[in-house]
Design a protein around this ligand. Structure first.
Ligand code: DAH
Length: 337
């Protein structure tokens, strides 16, 4: 049987708990513990009917008072944890502010897709510097100092006899110098040529070269690799055409055309009614290049290829002017989601 003293003790304990509560749920739990249906004060009140009449009145009043005091204390304490009052000018029905996501630049996107396609065929990535020596850009690639092929490149020369690489092919020489065959790499990167800016040309652009050197590598391996890449990248139905060409660092050399993916070779604006689109240069690595990096060119053969990323991006996305890729007008770039 409880006495008034018990009621006071329970109330003091409950008020102390309210005082130290740190959250709304904690306060709710205190309410349940003391004045809920099975709470301690509630239980005390339930015992009232068993008391003699004269005690019942005072005891009942004390217990009821305790209950009210605790309810008030809890209600006040809950205020502490209430969130900030709603701003009356805030209209939750208005549309929200959309945070626009960035997009990958079409050049990076195209380069990433080219790289990923070759990675799926087991090519590793090799990188080299943008500022090169004459040796890696030309001489190691079988361009003798007075060779007219050097005129094909409008080179930016910088101080100290260095130059901005005119192609990513120097990375082939750098890589072969370092590793022993078999080697199978692609070399994505920036390249520079002192060209007048036009719809087709810019003084900085990107290339992806690739090469494979091992025993018994033939032109058939090169063709197989490039057919697989072009179909993966442009579409399964493509035809390829290998046209004889010339590069100092490959022998024989070829340029590869793909049947126009827009008109299927029938002739359209994109392919200038030729039905074919030129997309890359390639060939069997010249034995002189292999000899210069210290490979036994009797034992090892290799193929190589190189392509311009911007050219491929312009074709793939049917963009008419390379400058759009460099002006970075957000309205243009955003279309490449
Ligand atoms: N480096 C050449 C260029 O910039 C492209 C090229 C052709 C790269 C044939 C190669 C290759 O690796 O085998 O025009």
């Amino acid at each position: 049987m409880s006495g008034i003293g018990d009621v006071h003790r329970i109330l003091a304990e409950a008020l102390a708990a309210v005082g130290s509560a740190q959250s709304r749920p904690e306060l709710e739990a205190i309410g349940v513990k003391y004045i809920g249906r099975k709470g301690e004060i509630t239980s005390v009140l339930k015992t009232l009917k068993d008391l003699p009449l004269e005690e019942r009145k005072a005891f009942g009043a004390a217990a009821n008072e305790a209950k009210v005091k605790l309810e008030t204390a809890i209600a006040e304490a809950v205020q502490k944890f209430a969130g900030p009052a709603l701003d009356p000018t805030f209209d939750p029905t208005l549309p929200g502010i959309v945070h626009r996501l960035g997009v990958i630049h079409p050049i990076n996107k195209t380069m990433g897709q080219i790289v990923a396609s070759f990675q799926r065929m087991g090519f590793a990535i090799a990188k080299g510097p943008d500022i090169e020596t004459d040796y890696y850009n030309f001489e190691g690639l079988n361009f003798p100092p007075d060779h007219p092929a050097r005129d094909m490149q409008d080179t930016f020369y910088v101080e100290g006899g260095l130059l901005l690489r005119t192609h990513t092919t120097p990375v082939q020489v750098r890589t072969l110098e370092k590793v022993k065959p078999p080697v199978k790499c692609i070399t994505p990167g920036k390249t520079f040529r002192n060209e007048a800016i036009s719809t087709r040309a810019y003084y900085v652009f990107h290339q992806v070269d690739g090469f494979l050197v091992d025993e018994g590598v033939t032109m058939a391996d090169l063709k197989g690799c490039l057919v697989a890449f072009c179909r993966d990248f442009f579409g399964e139905k493509l035809k390829l055409r290998f046209r004889p060409s010339y590069f100092p660092f490959t022998e024989p050399s070829a340029e590869v055309d793909i049947s126009c993916f827009l008109c299927n070779g029938k002739g359209c604006q994109l392919c200038k009614f030729a039905g074919w689109l030129e997309i890359l240069g390639c060939g069997m690595i010249d034995p002189n290049v292999l000899a210069k990096v210290g490979y036994d060119s009797e034992k090892y053969t290799g193929y190589a290829f190189g392509m311009g990323v911007e050219r491929i991006a312009l074709l793939k996305y049917m963009v008419k002017d390379i400058r759009l890729l460099y002006e970075n007008d957000i309205r243009f770039i955003r279309q490449f989601l």
